[in-house]
Ligand binder design. Structure first.
Ligand code: HAM
Length: 421
């Protein structure tokens, strides 16, 4: 076969029929669970102002420093959104959503873009579903976010996963912790990986996130943030754990869990799957009490998460979870001759109005090919129509599964369809 002239960009994939049905099944579950948890959907543009993303996520993060798809047009700086928390916060501030009263419980589903090196579970265009609760610093909000996140995996049937939690404290305790990390890692600087050596100066917390082998022994013995938390952050974290316990949500505390985005304060969490290989985070999130103010709003505490849909689907594959039925159509009208074709095109809308899915041959093929096509389309029933059938007002109604045929008038065909489908 000749090589196609055009391809998708690296790390970006077409989601084809056969696969799309799995996405629809997952999206339906997300919408249903969101409703149960009283979250409202929000849809924001895919292009955002570069400055919002850079400020929101942090200049020194990998996402902003290396992975943005950004471009200029006239005086405007655009970026393909790498995540949706900063955009949701922008919308919250810009539309004064707080004036609706209460907390704003928002969720989203959509594509995100990061120019990362593609590998299993890591793409340049990927999809997230996520949720944000704006306007509450109550640990109940943290736990509701985690519970919503987990409910989607439960509904899908993914059981093999673990929830890791930590508290990254407030900026004051984090400064003290940063200094402690610098003091701890500096004597070992030459033994650290190159990436970590760079991080030591810029963002020592991120060393804890390193996957490099040579860094691991040093990370293991590194100071933990728990020892630097102030009273308020400690109490908040204790409450989060208490509510998780009360809800029976199991978790592991990971004192070295730091997230790759700079906006986090206090609670941080990740949902990990052992089935995913190197990119094992199904989802991640946490509290970001300072972000709303950072992008120009009134101080508003907030918490949220986002989850990778590709990774959820990968986990389903590993666990042999079937998310969708194979494709099928209720009725296929097989036609012989022009009159029958024009009868069929008029009947299709009638069947569809009554709630059945229905199709016919679009290519003027022989009966044999049409029957083959009906089989390939997984048609549950066929109606075979020719001039004789039209004159007599009775049609061949075939049950494809049972291989049974009857000559029936149209109203009886409707009756049988209603009973059987
Ligand atoms: P994040 O940890 O950067 O957090 O991304 C969340 C999830 O998106 C990851 O756990 C992973 O499943 C998926 N993901 C991220 N990058 C890729 C990629 N290149 N390919 C495939 N999947 C990927 C956030 O985005 C935050 N906005 C989460 C949040 C919401 N925090 C508070 N609210």
């Amino acid at each position: 076969m000749a090589q196609p002239k055009y391809r998708t960009h690296v790390g970006m994939v077409d989601i084809l029929p056969g696969e799309v049905e799995k996405w629809q099944a997952v999206e339906r579950i997300i919408h249903e669970e969101a409703k149960k948890f009283n979250f409202e959907e929000i849809r924001t543009p895919i292009l955002e102002q570069t400055e919002l993303i850079a400020r929101g996520i942090g200049q020194l993060t990998d996402i902003v420093s290396k992975e943005m798809f950004a471009f200029e047009r006239g005086d405007d700086q655009y970026v393909l959104r790498p995540e949706c928390t900063a955009p949701v916060v922008r919308a919250f501030v810009g539309h004064h959503l707080e004036q609706r009263g209460g907390t704003q419980n928002l969720y989203y589903i959509g594509p995100m873009f990061r120019a990362e090196k593609p590998q299993k579970g890591r793409q340049r265009q990927f999809h997230q579903f996520g949720a944000e609760i704006l306007g509450s610093d109550d640990p109940i909000a943290d736990v509701e976010c985690m519970a919503f996140m987990i409910s989607v995996y439960d509904r899908v049937g993914i059981s093999n996963m673990s929830l890791k939690i930590n508290s990254v404290g407030d900026p004051e305790s984090r400064e003290a912790y940063k200094q402690a990390l610098i003091d701890y890692f500096t004597p070992h600087k030459d033994e650290l990986s190159e990436v970590s050596q760079n991080r030591l100066e810029k963002n020592p917390l991120r060393i804890l996130d390193s996957k490099e082998e040579e860094d691991q022994p040093f990370i293991e013995d590194a100071p933990v943030i728990g020892d630097f938390l102030n009273e308020e952050s400690s109490q908040h974290y204790a409450k989060v754990k208490q509510y998780l316990n009360e809800l029976g949500i199991s978790y592991e505390e990971d004192p070295h869990l730091v997230r790759g985005l700079d906006y986090y304060t206090r609670t941080a969490f990740e949902l990990i799957s052992p089935d995913l290989g190197a990119q094992d985070a199904l989802a991640g999130g946490g509290r970001y009490d300072l972000l709303v103010e950072e992008v120009g709003g009134q101080p508003t505490p907030a918490v949220g998460f986002a989850a990778g849909i590709e990774r959820l689907l990968l986990a389903c594959k590993e666990m042999d979870i079937e998310l969708s039925e194979p494709k099928s159509v209720d009725l296929y009208i097989v036609t012989i001759g022009d009159k029958a074709r024009s009868w069929a095109i008029q009947q299709l809308p009638e069947f569809r109005k009554k709630g059945f899915s229905a199709t016919m041959d679009y290519a003027g093929r022989s009966i044999k090919s049409q029957m083959k096509d009906a089989d390939r389309e997984n048609a549950r029933y066929t109606i075979i129509v020719g001039e004789n059938e039209l004159n007599e007002g009775k049609f061949t109604f075939r049950d494809m599964e049972a291989s049974e045929e009857n000559q029936l008038p149209l109203d009886e065909i409707y009756g049988r369809l209603k009973k059987k489908l």
